[in-house]
Design a protein. Structure first.
Length: 447
């Protein structure tokens, strides 16, 4: 795998955007074997441009930028070339260039010959366009900098690129690139153009318009697993021959083929603007992430959750995190959900909660107080393991003539601060006797 930064567009090339690319690739564990920056290969680009020029397949255009006459004789009355510049003699252009007059170097696209430019795209099939409808595109700008077309093709040639797989919006550029490859005396690589990723309204995803939703690091920081995010990305515009969706990286590799790529653009579903963090992301991405989380071992998931908990300011020991993890694995969709699903494990004292939640179903405050008072008594003298806790609390409920649920709810709210929490006995076991009794005591005092 070759990583090449197409950074010749000085205005759009920033250190922050480059770092974001590196961070995203490293997070996804997409390693590369060779690395290049186009801006460091200008000599090669100019060498290829000069070789094409020396063959008579390019010409100097001395027309000042954004001025001069234009010929609008192409399809849809598009600009094709500057009259007179194509016909200038070599001696005249050499003289003007030697005198220091600035120029752009343009490819001399065949005109009036009926020639067609064609290539076979692995996704969109055979593509044909009349050369008469292709403008004399620039290879070098008037400041001597290569255009995207030249730099990309020159690097593809030099690096022996076999397949060029890129967005469908580059399909129209490929005719120009075929001309450059042929002008350089080389056979073009295999092209495959992928459907674009679009927003729910059908517009192309854009960092300028859609913000963080298009940045890989946004998904990393939100708590996506890299393997789940790759799984999601692969299913945008491609599908295996069967109906599988939850796939490992190796399964994706084994199943992939260019023939499985769709031609229709792929919609990334998110709400704009998003009211909650979860609405920022495609529901399928979140579902896949939850599926991958459930597929991790407790050791692996615990190791991924611990840094998030520590970064939030909770100095939880690895052993305690390992005990908490199986209680919340089914309850989290994103790794960062650990901070809400297990927050009561991390704090010494619970934040305020609604006292009405302590009151059991078909009960009252007196029943809640009675239950908690008895729970405090029996829990002070039992072993904090699942089976003993289960037995003694059920026995206490039966002794008081209340249902098990009426016994458990006040305890659950007292120790967790809410009704919706992991299984009670496992939760008490992790919290331990001291924290459990202290929280029950505070609930009794509040009642």
């Amino acid at each position: 795998m070759v990583l090449r930064l197409d950074d010749t567009d000085v205005e759009r090339n920033t250190e922050a955007s480059v770092n974001s690319i590196f961070e995203g690739l490293r997070w996804l564990d997409l390693d590369w074997d060779e690395e290049y920056k186009q801006s460091e290969r200008l000599a090669l680009h100019r060498q290829i441009a000069d070789a094409i020029f020396q063959k008579g397949l390019a010409y100097r255009d001395f027309t000042p930028a954004h001025t001069g006459d234009s010929e609008k004789s192409g399809a849809n009355q598009t600009w094709l070339f500057n009259p007179g510049m194509r016909e200038l003699s070599r001696a005249e252009t050499d003289r003007r260039a030697a005198a220091g007059e600035s120029f752009a170097l343009r490819f001399r696209v065949p005109r009036g010959t009926g020639e067609q430019v064609r290539f076979n795209d692995a996704v969109y099939g055979e593509q044909i366009k009349s050369a008469d409808d292709i403008e004399d595109f620039a290879l070098l700008r008037s400041d001597g900098m290569p255009t995207y077309h030249l730099a990309s093709c020159a690097d593809d040639l030099d690096l022996r690129i076999s397949h060029i797989i890129r967005g469908q919006d580059h399909l129209s550029n490929t005719y120009k690139h075929v001309l450059i490859f042929e002008g350089a005396g080389a056979k073009p690589p295999q092209f495959a153009h992928l459907p674009l990723l679009v927003a729910p309204d059908g517009s192309k995803l854009s960092k300028r318009r859609h913000g963080p939703v298009v940045s890989v690091t946004t998904y990393r920081d939100a708590g996506f697993l890299p393997e789940a995010f790759i799984n999601f990305l692969c299913l945008l515009g491609w599908s295996p021959k069967d109906d599988r969706e939850n796939m490992t990286r190796q399964e994706l590799i084994d199943a992939f083929s260019l023939e499985g790529i769709n031609r229709a653009n792929a919609v990334v579903n998110f709400k704009e603007p998003a009211a909650t963090p979860e609405e920022t992301f495609d529901p399928k991405a979140i579902w896949l992430n939850a599926e991958h989380i459930r597929g991790l071992s407790i050791n692996d998931l615990s190791a991924r959750l611990l840094p998030i908990v520590h970064a939030a300011g909770f100095p939880i020991a690895p052993e305690k995190m390992h005990a908490i993890t199986p209680l919340i694995r089914e309850r989290i969709k994103l790794l960062r959900d650990v901070l809400t699903a297990a927050d009561f494990f991390f704090v010494n004292q619970l934040p305020p909660y609604d006292l009405a939640e302590l009151i059991p179903q078909k009960g009252d405050a007196a029943m809640a107080l009675k239950v908690l008072t008895r729970a405090r008594e029996v829990l002070a003298q039992t072993e904090f393991k699942h089976d003993p806790l289960n037995q003694i609390l059920r026995a206490a409920a039966q002794e008081m003539g209340v249902k098990a649920g009426q016994m458990f709810q006040p305890i659950r709210v007292a120790v967790c601060g809410r009704k919706n929490a992991p299984p009670l006995f496992e939760t008490l076991e992790v919290l331990g006797r001291e924290a459990t009794l202290a929280r029950i005591e505070r609930a009794i005092q509040k009642l």
